[in-house]
Write a protein that binds this ligand. Structure first.
Ligand SMILES: [Zn+2]
Length: 297
C-alpha cells in the first residue's frame, strides 16, 4: 500500500460584516392576495430565474423599531414547519383564516451591504460558535453581525415599497428556523460515517495550489463564495471527514455539544459527566426508597 499524506490545507473564509436587524413576519394571505396586487415573485421571476411556486403566501414584514412594514412572497417550504403545515390544510380556493395571520416568526434582514474581510479567518472558530447557539434570536443576531452572510437567500419586495433604510430588491435575508434545522443536520453528519456525505458531489471541496504558505487553499466548489458561512461549514465538515476526525454529541440531555471523543468518552466536559453521574446516583437512590416502601407494605 502506498503511503498517505496529510496536506496542510487552508480553508478560505472571508466573512462580510453586516448590520442585521430582526423583523416580525406574519402571513397576510395567499400569494395572489398580495396587497398591491403585484406579486414580487412575478416581478422578479426573471431576475431570480425561477418560477413562482404554487404553494406560496404573501408575508408581511414589520420592523421591530418602527411601525413600518412591507410585503414579500414566500413558498410554504420556507415557512416555519408549524405554519407550513397549517397553511397546507385549508383549500387553495378558501381564504387563509384570520387566526393563522396572527402568529409571527422572526426574519433577519441586512440593512447594509457590508464589506468582506481582507484576510481569511478561521472557519472552525465560526463553526464552533454556530454549534454553541441555542435557539436564541439575540445570540443569533450577535453571531451573524460578526460572521455576516449565512447563505445566498435574498428577499424581494414590491418596487413601490420601501422599508427604511431598505429600498432595493435582493436584500440579504436569514430565516432563523432554517438555521436551527441546519444546526441539527450538521451535528448529525459530523457524527455519522463519512461515506454518505463524501459521496454527494456538492459537498466536495476544491483545492488550488498557490505560491504562498500553506500552499494549498480550499474552497467549497470551484467558484463558491468565500464569504458565506454555510459554504465554509460544509467545507469544514468535508475536510473533517477526509482527515478522519471523529465527533460525538454529548450524552447529557439538552447539552448537544459536539466533541472529539477519547476512547469511550460520552460527555463533552467534566461538568456534564459529573451532572449525569449525580443524576444517576439520585435515580438509583429513589428506586431503592420505592423498593423499600413496596416491601414495607
Ligand atoms: Zn455536554
Amino acid at each position: 500500500m502506498s503511503p498517505t499524506f496529510v496536506l496542510p490545507v487552508m480553508l478560505e473564509f472571508r466573512p462580510r460584516r453586516m448590520d442585521w436587524t430582526a423583523y416580525d413576519a406574519t402571513i397576510a394571505g395567499w400569494r395572489w392576495e398580495y396587497r398591491t396586487g403585484v406579486d414580487p415573485y412575478e416581478v422578479f421571476s426573471f431576475w431570480r430565474r425561477s418560477k413562482a411556486p404554487d404553494n406560496a403566501v404573501a408575508v408581511r414584514l414589520c420592523s421591530r423599531s418602527s411601525q413600518q412594514y412591507v410585503f414579500t412572497t414566500m413558498s410554504l417550504r420556507e415557512l416555519p414547519p408549524r405554519l407550513a403545515k397549517l397553511c397546507g390544510e385549508p383549500s387553495r380556493e378558501a381564504a387563509i383564516p384570520e387566526w393563522l395571520k396572527r402568529e409571527s416568526f422572526p426574519m433577519l434582514l441586512a440593512r447594509s451591504p457590508g464589506k468582506p474581510a481582507e484576510e481569511s479567518v478561521d472557519p472552525y472558530k465560526m463553526r464552533d460558535e454556530f454549534f454553541d447557539l441555542k435557539d436564541d434570536l439575540d445570540r443569533l443576531l450577535v453571531f451573524v453581525r460578526k460572521w455576516g452572510l449565512w447563505d445566498t437567500r435574498e428577499l424581494s419586495i414590491c418596487p413601490e415599497e420601501t422599508l427604511e433604510p431598505i429600498s432595493r430588491n435582493g436584500i440579504p435575508c436569514i430565516l432563523p428556523h432554517l438555521i436551527w434545522r441546519k444546526q441539527t443536520e450538521y451535528r448529525k453528519v459530523l457524527c455519522a460515517a463519512p461515506e454518505r456525505w463524501l459521496s454527494q458531489p456538492e459537498k466536495r471541496i476544491h483545492i488550488v495550489q498557490k505560491a504562498q504558505k500553506p500552499y494549498f487553499f480550499a474552497n467549497q466548489r470551484p467558484f463558491a463564495d468565500p464569504e458565506i458561512c454555510q459554504n465554509a461549514i460544509v467545507a469544514t465538515i468535508t475536510l473533517d471527514h477526509l482527515t478522519g476526525s471523529r465527533f460525538r454529541i454529548c450524552a447529557k440531555p439538552g447539552c448537544n455539544r459536539l466533541f472529539k471523543p477519547v476512547r469511550r468518552q460520552k460527555h463533552c466536559s467534566r461538568a456534564c459527566a459529573h451532572a449525569m453521574a449525580v443524576q444517576a446516583y439520585r435515580d438509583r437512590a429513589k428506586k431503592k426508597v420505592a423498593k423499600g416502601k413496596k416491601r414495607g407494605r
